[in-house]
Design a protein around this ligand. Structure first.
Ligand code: CS2
Length: 471
């Protein structure tokens, strides 16, 4: 039997389930990108909140794929969340009511312009923001160019997430509806401000009145999100079927640890997510910097160095003593000096906690998954730290090593004719045989690509890795 509202009552008592009447829930959230991380993190928090306030149900929007809709809609939006540790616990999540897709644009627009909608949130990954190397909207991006050409015309179906925001907010304005809060849940530095600037830039180019209305009635808070969420595999599906007695087409797994720090900057009423463990803060940037640079910077380092050493998962890479020691030194001696500790956070302790999370053998987190989209991730995770170190006159020898490892990852893929997951894959693989040509890509490295000290440090790190040495 398959998980559904009808079979939900059959799951064993030890499996937690929605503690509220789902038929009473109103869809207060439209979420773009209802992938694994959203369903592990934000949707679980809203599920907890719904037991206290039925106004925060989620309508998912998958713009570019049908898979999540095909998996969840026959289940009434229900799915199972596995909380991994020595003892795995299971919880059926009910906060997602349905998932819309790009095949039904009118339904997406109706959800955005619905009176119940108060929050539009997103996990569209770094590439979904269509930003250039300068962090601003890239008007040359094919999806943005297409939206600029079609916007305002009859039957405009946005090609980009930013385009959907502009169209949806314009529809709210036209309908006399109040503004909303647009909540980024992606690993992007200053994610709310960057999303706000990108949305206003496109709106201004389409219709100045809409841009003004957005500026007056819509808020884009920054947020830091954190929970390690390995991709779903058949082993998880089998474990979930055994634990619940029901088939779940797309269960989700994550570590127990979760953190969500949200800037207290909302249009109208804010969802009481602090009741679900989130923290509201006046300034999220210190939390963002600590997490993106320390955790995600170390993650990408483990991915590219670990894959080069033949490791498959984060936990396996952490069992490689030389690699684990290198990553810990990188965090404590090279990344931490660029991070201003958030109030109340002891950075040394935080680094220890992150390393312990990485070493958790109950979590099969594939390095190959973390290696995706390096051109979009490395600027936030490592290149900002490199620039800060250069500006402060601190050494960058160790910081150059993960960059060199990424260049060798690209060169190996090009040599072996293997595809890579990256929006710039074509250009990266074409340039990869000459790593200096990759460094010269302004969309990724900006001015750093021409900084002599940086190029020299990468050259030394690259030579050492070529000789099989971890500098
Ligand atoms: C990972 C992140 O896949 C990746 O790039 O570094 O998804 C990481 O697991 C999360 O940011 C942890 O909060």
């Amino acid at each position: 039997m398959r998980l559904s509202p009808e079979t939900l009552q059959l799951v064993p008592a030890e499996v937690a389930r929605p503690a509220y009447d789902r038929t009473m829930v109103r869809q207060g959230v439209v979420h773009f990108g209802p992938g694994a991380f959203h369903r592990a993190h934000q949707a679980a928090a809203f599920d907890t909140l719904l037991a206290r306030d039925p106004r925060w149900g989620i309508t998912g929007v998958s713009l570019h794929s049908q898979g999540v809709a095909q998996a969840l809609n026959p289940q009434g939006g229900l799915y199972t969340l596995a909380l991994l540790d020595a003892q795995t616990d299971y919880r059926v999540i009910g906060s997602v009511g349905q998932v819309l897709t790009g095949a039904a644009p009118a339904a997406i627009l109706a959800a955005l312009a619905h009176a119940d909608t108060r929050v539009i949130s997103a996990t569209v990954t770094e590439k979904g923001y269509c930003l250039g190397g300068d962090g601003a909207l890239d008007f040359a991006h094919p999806a943005i160019a297409a939206d600029l050409a079609a916007a305002g015309g009859p039957g405009w179906v946005p090609a980009s997430f930013i385009g959907w925001l502009v169209q949806g907010l314009a529809a709210r304005r036209a309908a006399g509806l109040p503004g909303v809060t647009v909540l980024s849940c992606d690993n992007v530095t200053d994610n709310g401000r960057k999303l706000e600037a990108a949305t206003l830039a496109l709106a201004q180019a389409v219709d100045g009145e809409t841009a003004r209305w957005i500026g007056d009635h819509v808020r884009f808070p920054n947020a830091m999100v954190d929970s390690i969420t390995p991709a779903t595999d058949d082993a998880l599906r089998a474990q979930v079927a055994a634990a619940t007695g029901l088939e779940d087409a797309w269960p989700i797994q994550r570590e127990r640890f979760t953190q969500w720090v949200i800037e207290d900057r909302f249009a109208g009423e804010r969802p009481a997510l602090d009741l679900a463990g989130a923290t509201f803060a006046a300034d999220v940037r210190p939390f963002e910097a600590a997490k993106l640079r320390l955790l995600n910077g170390a993650h990408s380092t483990l991915a590219y160095l670990g894959l080069g050493l033949g490791h498959e998962t984060v936990a396996q890479a952490m069992q490689d003593a030389a690699l684990a020691t290198f990553v810990e030194r990188l965090m404590r001696e090279d990344i931490a000096p660029s991070v201003k500790a958030p109030p109340g956070l002891n950075l040394a302790g935080y680094i220890g906690d992150v390393l312990a999370r990485f070493a958790n053998s109950a979590i099969r987190h594939l390095l190959a998954q973390i290696a995706w989209d390096g051109s979009q991730k490395l600027p936030y995770r490592l290149l900002g730290t490199v620039q800060d170190a250069l500006d402060a006159g601190r050494p960058i020898d160790r910081l150059a090593v993960p960059i060199a490892a990424w260049l060798r990852f690209l060169a190996a893929a090009a040599r072996d004719g293997r595809p890579i997951t990256d929006p710039l894959a074509g250009e990266l693989l074409a340039r990869a045989p000459d790593w200096r040509a990759v460094l010269a890509m302004p969309a990724v490295f900006g001015a750093l690509g021409h900084d002599e000290d940086f190029v020299d440090a990468v050259a030394h790190a690259h030579a050492a890795l070529e000789e099989g040495r971890l500098p």
